[in-house]
Ligand binder design. Structure first.
Ligand SMILES: Cc1cc2nc3c(=O)[nH]c(=O)nc-3n(C[C@H](O)[C@H](O)[C@H](O)COP(=O)(O)OP(=O)(O)OC[C@H]3O[C@@H](n4cnc5c(N)ncnc54)[C@H](O)[C@@H]3O)c2cc1C
Length: 99
């Protein structure tokens, strides 16, 4: 059967973007992926998104009051350094649980 949301679908619906809610209460992982792609396209977010990049480190710079972030381009191996006022870690705690 594959992955399927355990939240009722209407909880995360954006107006004008379908997530398969017409047919069932719980969306499949494929429908959720298509939904996120549609949102990214609708709001022209792809220009801000870097896929196939891995965050190697993130540290708080007390003096400047910013996050210092090292990111590796997995296609080229290039390491780039960036900074931000806000850093949100979304690396998926369930996927990387250490026993
Ligand atoms: C086996 C299993 C089955 C599940 N089945 C279901 C289900 O059927 N229904 C349900 O509702 N929930 C299910 N869950 C839970 C669901 O998968 C999670 O709640 C959901 O995927 C969490 O989303 P997320 O975006 O926080 O993390 P994830 O979906 O894990 O995404 C995290 C992303 O961060 C990336 N990442 C990690 N480290 C770095 C780094 N250093 N730099 C850049 N990127 C990084 C990873 O490659 C990944 O793409 C399941 C979980 C597991 C483990």
């Amino acid at each position: 059967m594959g992955a399927q949301s355990r939240l009722v679908t209407f909880v995360c619906i954006q107006r004008g973007v379908s997530i398969g809610a017409d047919t069932k209460s719980y969306s499949t992982s494929q429908e959720i992926l298509e939904y996120f792609r549609a949102i990214a396209k609708k709001y022209e977010l792809y220009k801000y998104i870097k896929l196939n990049h891995m965050v190697q480190s993130a540290s708080w710079d007390e003096g400047e009051g910013v996050w210092r972030i090292k990111i590796k381009n997995l296609a080229t191996g290039e390491i780039v350094e960036d900074w931000g006022h806000i850093f949100i870690n979304g690396c998926g705690i369930l996927k990387y649980v250490v026993a």
